[in-house]
Design a protein around this ligand. Structure first.
Ligand code: BES
Ligand code: ZN
Length: 999
């Protein structure tokens, strides 16, 4: 490593550890160890002033430190090797050999510590009687050697007498330990054990921690900055001069704080955090809170270090702590209430930060008003992290972002990417209340974080850009994908039991995020303004504390004049998986609405269905059924289905009704065939009788019901014919998503080519409507990109012709391409071009400094038609210096979605599965999404055989559910093609009025 880090020149300067002592709060909020004098000014430095890490060059200090350490070390050795080694069975769930009441001896699993001794705590959860109240962390990362030296003092409270504490630690080498009571007396430590599988350490003392007393545990440790994007890790970027610059950053959610410092790493253990960071002069250090003082901290490896001491945090969970050491620059603004907002980026990117700064400042104001709870910290930093596993992370006051989720360049960035930046900003800012201020008690209620943030991200952006019509887009981006996933047998309830880190990671999924957001959207429709009032009550009741789902429902019930049983209603949506299909049938002058669970599972899959978990609600729901009638589409009726069916009267002349108005409920609707036909003919006659969201919801329901075998493919196709006249974004985007999945599933089946022809036929008028000029409202701009890109993929010559001309002009004459057309032009150039087009784009990808541009190119490169190019492309993803690990999924997903690349992508995944596992580190975090991306489009029995045999018996960690869902999806794909292929073929042949033989 070269560049911005100190070089290890002065071998005489070795790191010197300081004695650990009890830290006491001084009046000005600074901490210093008990028994020392007040600081006597900058010239006279006490040995203890530096909080214990890596400094102090005075001889006297060195001498004392050496003596004290020699003594401490000797004592530690004595304790470690001669101290009492009792196999205490008072800890954990069960003693190693558990004898039940009938004197049966059950051999239970006995955890072994790293030294071979029994680890006396046999529970993945920590004991609840020991509660941390304050952490004092001092850390010195060396960005050259990657070595980290740290010290943490944890003040804790004990509820019951005990002689041990258990806390988390992962990949840390603990070098010193000390326990003191509140008077500063040392307690004799008899054991310190580490149990790797549970990422826990166990510390036992000779005497007892007494109930209702406070103690301090101080640990000194070393570790290494890793490259795995979690815990405390190293990242880098390339400076303007072409040098690689390093930064050290953290990502802790859900269970990685323990990899940066020993801690009680569960969300309910909220505590205050105080931080000191040693850094080089040319770096800055950031923490959740602002810096209070910066001091010279002596020399280390020939370099003068500085120490930043930060203001103490509010009570917060460990997963929200963050600290970063980098050489960034920043820009700053204030909110109305005086909170200081800054955006930090590497210097080359600062010009792309203005939009994020503006947007976040305004959204902070909006949320403070909307939630009616002030933001409690003095500052909010948003920072770009060049290597980042997810999109963004809501660390309190120091939000980290992947580059594409925060940087915006008005000349280069598309409307869709622009919108995404605003959405991600709003998402993380809403977490500052939902998640940070009020946190779920345990990860089983993750949806209280992610569901809320996924709901409020749209509301937040809507408040700023009403013309973006975010709430219209909500159904497209949240409700529809969530309904799609939740129709699988392998789905899970929103509230789900989780225990270990891989189970916890696995629920950061569409169910927690999008189903969570969708049921809140539905709730908002029937609670109206009481939602806002109830949420304010919830935030105030649980601030700086934790809540579970029941607490939320109770807060909402309290604020609805008890007119609605919020808990009873919502339990049916959160405690059982799936959602209802409402079947609408007419009986004379009555409408009968039935409910039953909707599943994509077909007959052949019934054996899986039988294994389906039982639900205590028997898969019945409280459904807020909304509808309007054909004679007055503006009047909405609402009726409750209380885990039952309903009947209601309608006039005899009514021919159809549309239920689930604007798809705001989390359910699907099936009409009897005659009513479908009426709706279809209305759409074809004059689709504007229905709102755009209702049209989208009809398309989504019809295509999905066809996928489930409940509706004939011909009916879905008949409905789709109205699209010839459709000019709105949300219905088109819904249809495009379904068309694309039909086309992928059909790609090896008879009707494939005819189906592409049909897509071209429907798309042609709308491609003319959107045109090539960058103009019109926001949704039209989004539609332009979607429609034209789809036209390119389904081989619409007119579009391809124009797009290829633009590509040519760009490649040969450097003529610029408007941002919303880039995707269209790049994909046409690559798909229908050859090696030189591909190489040109690859060159631009490698040299561009605009993250959104790089992301577009990465996607476009995967639509190539030449298998050799695709194969080479896949191989490039194995070199982390060429394609960042965070982007590998994007590449595999586009190649797998490309009919030419599908099998190549699958073969690549198999061939390099172990390599990729090591690329992504021990955390199998990204592996689930890789499996889904690569296998989602497979649709032949042989594919199923391949995927199931390959993964059979393999431990895929947190990817397990994603794998199950992928296998179920492949089976569904196979069934669907078998059952619908012939009918689609017949319908299309009839439609085109031609006889197409064989192909
Ligand atoms: N809290 C998450 C980040 C996260 C995700 C941590 C998965 C651990 C596991 C953050 O708030 C988040 O949801 N980020 C999203 C972006 C968001 C706009 C949907 C992400 O990273 O994808
Ligand atoms: Zn989130």
């Amino acid at each position: 490593m070269t560049g911005n880090s100190p070089s290890p020149t002065n071998a005489g300067d070795t790191i010197r550890m300081e004695p650990m002592g009890k830290y006491k709060q001084t009046q000005n909020g600074n901490v210093r160890p008990q028994g020392t004098e007040s600081p006597a000014g900058p010239t006279k430095k006490s040995l203890y002033e530096n909080n214990g890490v890596a400094t102090c060059s005075q001889k006297r200090a060195l001498f004392i430190a050496t003596v004290v350490f020699a003594v401490l070390f000797a004592v530690a050795l004595i304790i470690a090797y001669t101290g009492p080694q009792s196999d205490c069975t008072c800890a954990g769930e069960k003693p190693p050999n558990y004898v039940d009441e009938d004197w049966n001896v059950t051999k239970v699993f006995v955890p072994r510590a790293t030294n071979g001794q029994v680890f006396p705590w046999n529970n993945i959860r920590l004991p609840s009687i020991v509660k941390p109240t304050r952490y004092n962390i001092t850390i010195h990362p060396n960005l050259t050697t990657l070595e980290v030296k740290g010290q943490v003092s944890i003040e804790f409270h004990v509820d019951k007498d005990t002689n041990f504490v258990v806390l988390h630690s992962k990949n840390l080498t603990i070098t010193d330990k000390l326990v003191q009571d509140k008077k500063g007396h040392n307690l004799r430590i008899t054991k310190l054990l580490e149990y790797l599988p549970a990422e826990q350490i166990y510390l036992e003392i000779k005497d007892k921690f007494r109930k209702r007393n406070n103690y301090t545990l101080s640990l000194r440790y070393t570790s290494k900055l890793n490259r795995e994007f979690v815990g405390f890790y190293i990242s880098s970027y390339i400076s303007k001069d072409g040098d690689r610059r390093y930064l050290a950053t953290t990502h802790f959610e859900p269970t990685y704080a323990r990899a940066a410092f020993p801690c009680f790493d569960e969300p309910q253990f909220k505590a205050k955090f105080k931080m000191s960071i040693f850094r080089d002069r040319f770096h800055i250090a950031l923490f959740n809170m602002p810096v209070v003082t910066t001091e010279e901290a002596g020399f280390y490896m020939g370099t003068g270090l500085l120490r930043d001491d930060f203001q103490e945090s509010v009570e917060m969970s460990t997963y929200l702590v963050a600290f970063i050491i980098c050489d960034y620059t920043h820009m700053n603004e204030q909110t109305k209430k005086g909170v200081s907002i800054s955006v930090y980026t590497p210097p080359p990117f600062i010009s792309q930060a203005s939009f994020a700064l503006n947007t976040s400042t305004q959204i902070m104001d909006f949320f403070e008003d909307f939630f009616m709870v002030p933001y409690p910290l003095p500052k909010q930093d948003l920072i770009v992290i060049p290597d980042f596993a997810t999109g963004a992370m809501e660390n309190w006051g120091l939000i980290t972002y992947r580059d594409t989720a925060i940087l915006y360049d008005p000349i280069e960035t598309s409307t869709a990417a622009h919108q995404l930046v605003a959405v991600v900003i709003a998402h993380e800012l809403s977490h500052q209340w939902f998640g940070n201020l009020v946190t779920m008690k345990w990860w089983n209620d993750l949806w209280l974080n992610e569901g809320f943030a996924s709901f409020f991200e749209y509301l937040g952006v809507d408040s700023l850009f009403p013309e973006w019509k975010m709430m219209e887009q909500f159904i497209l981006d949240k409700t529809q994908p969530a309904l799609a996933l939740d129709a699988l047998v392998s789905s899970h309830p929103i509230s789900v039991q989780v225990h270990d880190p891989s189970e916890i990671e696995a629920i950061f999924d569409t169910i927690s995020y999008s189903k969570g957001a969708s049921i809140l959207h539905m709730l908002g429709k029937f609670l109206q303004e009481n939602l806002q009032i109830g949420l304010n009550d919830y935030l105030n009741s649980y601030k700086y504390s934790n809540a579970d789902t029941k607490d939320l429902w109770n807060a909402l019930s309290r604020n609805t004049n008890q007119s609605l049983e919020v808990k009873a209603i919502m339990d049916t949506w959160t405690q059982q998986m799936g959602f209802p299909l409402i079947t609408i049938r007419r009986e004379n002058n009555e409408i009968v609405a039935n409910q039953e669970r909707f599943l994509l599972t077909t007959d052949e899959l019934n054996s899986t269905a039988r294994l389906m978990p039982k639900s205590k609600y028997d898969y019945k729901w409280y459904v807020p059924l909304s509808y309007f009638l054909d004679n007055d589409t503006g009047t909405v009726y609402n009726i409750w289905m209380n885990m039952t069916d309903v009947r209601f009267e309608i006039d005899s002349e009514i021919k159809w009704l549309k239920a689930n108005v604007k798809q705001s409920g989390f359910y699907r609707v099936m009409y009897e065939e005659s009513m479908w036909m009426e709706i279809i003919s209305t759409l074809r006659r004059n689709h504007s009788v229905l709102n755009a969201a209702d049209r989208a919801s009809l398309i989504d329901d019809a295509f999905t019901l066809c996928r489930a075998g409940l509706l004939n493919a011909s009916l879905a196709l008949e409905l789709s014919l109205y699209l010839i006249n459709e000019r709105d974004y949300v219905p088109w985007a819904t249809a495009i998503a379904h068309f694309q999945s039909w086309s992928r599933r059909l790609s090896e089946a008879l009707p494939y080519k005819l189906f592409l022809q049909y897509m071209r036929k429907l798309l042609t008028p709308v491609t003319k409507h959107v045109g090539w000029d960058e103009k019109g409202p926001h949704l039209d701009r989004l539609m332009r990109t979607d429609v034209l890109s789809t036209a390119v993929l389904c081989e619409l010559n007119e579009t391809i012709f124009t797009a290829r001309n633009m590509f040519e002009a760009w490649m040969t004459k450097n003529q610029s391409i408007p941002p919303d057309l880039k995707e269209v032009v790049y994909s046409a150039g690559i798909k229908y071009g050859g090696l030189s087009e591909w190489q040109y784009c690859w060159g631009v990808y490698n040299s561009s400094n605009v993250p959104s541009e790089r992301k577009l190119l990465l996607k476009a490169l995967g639509v190539a038609s030449d298998p050799w190019l695709l194969h080479r492309y896949l191989l490039e993803t194995l070199d982390r210096n060429i394609v960042k690990p965070q982007d590998v999924k994007t590449v595999l997903a586009v190649v797998a979605a490309n009919p030419e690349g599908r099998l190549l992508a699958w073969r690549h995944l198999k061939a390099y599965w172990p390599t990729m596992q090591s690329l992504f580190g021990n955390s199998t975090f990204m592996m689930g999404s890789l499996i889904s991306a690569v296998t989602a489009h497979l649709s032949t029995p042989y594919d199923y055989y391949e995927v199931s045999t390959y993964f059979n018996g393999m431990d895929v960690g947190s990817a397990a559910r994603a794998l199950q869902q992928s296998l179920e999806t492949i089976k569904l794909n196979i069934n669907w093609v078998t059952h619908n292929g012939p009918e689609i073929y017949t319908w299309l042949k009839k439609y085109f009025g031609e006889t197409v033989g064989g192909v």
